[in-house]
Structures are given as C-alpha cells and as structure tokens.
Write a protein that binds this ligand. Sequence first.
Ligand code: SF4
Length: 333
Amino acid sequence: MNSANDLYQTLKNTPTSTRHYTLDDCLKLWPTIQKIQALKQEKNAIILAHSYVHADIVSTVADYVGDSLELSRMAQATQADTIVFSAVRFMAETAKLLNPQKTVLIPSPINGCSLADSITADEVAQLRREYPTSAFVCYINTSAAVKAQCDICVTSSNVYDIVAALPNDDIFFLPDQLMGKNIQAVMAERGVEKTIRTSTGTCYVHEEYTPDMIDYVRDKHPEVMILAHPECHPEITQKCDFVGSTSQMLARVKGTQAPQYFLLTECGLANRLSLERPDKQFIGTCTLCRYMKSNTLDQIVTALTNPKPYQQVTIDPETQAKATACIQRMLDA
Ligand code: SF4
C-alpha cells in the first residue's frame, strides 16, 4: 500500500455497518498511517490488533490481526521492544504478562470489557473459599489480578478441550455465564461428567442475539451458513451450523462454499472477511463493541510518541508471577 488511493481501494468496500471510508477520509488518514509506520521502525514496535477494531487499523498498520489466543502467542514470540495492543485492556495485560521486560501500550482510554469488568480478584478469592475443591478456570477476558487467583486460563478457541482434559470433577468457570452454559452443553455431548459452576458475567455484544434472528434469517435464506461465538446464549449456539472463536469462524468461512454467511459476533469479523474475501456474501446483522471500536490511529501515534499513563500497561510483580503461571498452563496444554 503506497498511497491514499491504495488505501481507498482497500477500504472502500468496508460494510457500512461499521464505518464508510471515502477517498477524502483516506487522504486525511494517510499521513497518520505513514507516521505510525515510521514510528514502528524507530521504536522497534509491533502493533497487534483484534479482528474487532476498525478496518483502518486492521488493514494498514497492524502487524498481526487475530483473536485472543493468536495474539497471545504472537505477543510471546515477538522480538519487538514495544507492543501496541489495539484491542482492550485485558488483552494488553496478557501481552505484558508474557513479555514483562517489554513496553506494552494500549491506545484507547475506553479499554474495558463487560466480561472482564464483571468480576474482581477479591470476589474470586471469596469464591475459592466457598468452593475449595473446584478447579478455577478463567476465560482470557479477565484482568491480570483475576487470572492470578485462577488455576488455568482458556480462550474461546481452546475452552472445551482444556475443560474436558482437566482432572477435576468440579470446575468453576468465570466470568462468562453464557459460555459456562455452552461448556456444560458440550461436556454433556462429549460424555464428560463434570460439575460446572459459573459466575454471572456476559458479553453485552454477544448476548444481544436471540433465536428469533436465526429463525428469520433461515426462513429468508434457507442455504445460509450460520456461525456463532461461544459467548452467545446456548439457545443460539444450538441452532447454529458452527460455534467457535473468531479465528475458527474465519477459517470455517474461508474453507466452505455456502451461498451466504451469517456471523453472530462483533461486526469487525464480517468486516475483515468482506475485505479479505470479496467473493463471499455476508447477510444478517452484526453488533458493535464500543470498547474495541474506540481504538483510533491517532491514539496509536500518541502511545508511540508520548504515552499517557492509562496507555502504559504495568502489573505488580506478585500478580505478574501468579497470572503468568495461569496463562502458561493454557499455552502448554
Ligand atoms: S466484544 Fe464483548 S467480550 Fe469482546 S471486548 Fe467487547 S465486551 Fe468484551
């Protein structure tokens, strides 16, 4: 990509459900993109971006785009001195846990997550006292302090295999109650006998989907392939053709030949796929995450030049040691 016009050719087909890019927009964005590319060289920095952030980051300055697990592995493998994590805070914290000696920066001040913000470390400590024989399994969408209280971390890519393989009969899964219900359903399907308790968090983006939406889309488009994220309600996932993480959904769409696809997840995934695979047709609605969508190119420039306190990810040594062990058990599984 060498010019604002190249940028426009890349972004002009972005679905208007997220952001519509005109040539004028691209002419304004181009100097900022060039500035970020130069800063990356100067600072030996890489930019990791979640699939849910805007296309002007995903398609231009991001070195790697993926889901939580892919980006965690990339954060662990990088030789860069600085990691800019264009996503939300719990993901940037994960990068810091895996790279304590590196500078990790989070561009946006609106970097929360309705799941990660739903439970505190003190609440987990209290639950551990109430359920002393349970294995505490935390979704990656948790703070470093919560991970430090848990036995093993999981992502939407590996949750079912890791839970099934744990030796414990009692599992306390947190913080996503809907994913917890999906785990219960999948364990029952696999014939794995475990007691699975959950806390009460939800992803406000994925919980919006209702079974009626699926019925409506199937009625209008009988051959559509419907894919859902495991943060959706079990009544949704049981009606879908495929359930998986964003990277698994992406691979499934690329590897199949359906006439249309309906992705029940944040808009960024259909957005990314529309740009990467213009031969595929995406229908139905998607939902926006205000946290992911708050990341901007200008914030990345600020983070790389004169980072504000909220952009610098720091973790105290005790939390660092315990939370890293929790994540490393997942990466080793
Ligand atoms: S989409 Fe949901 S789980 Fe993902 S960052 Fe946004 S609020 Fe959190």
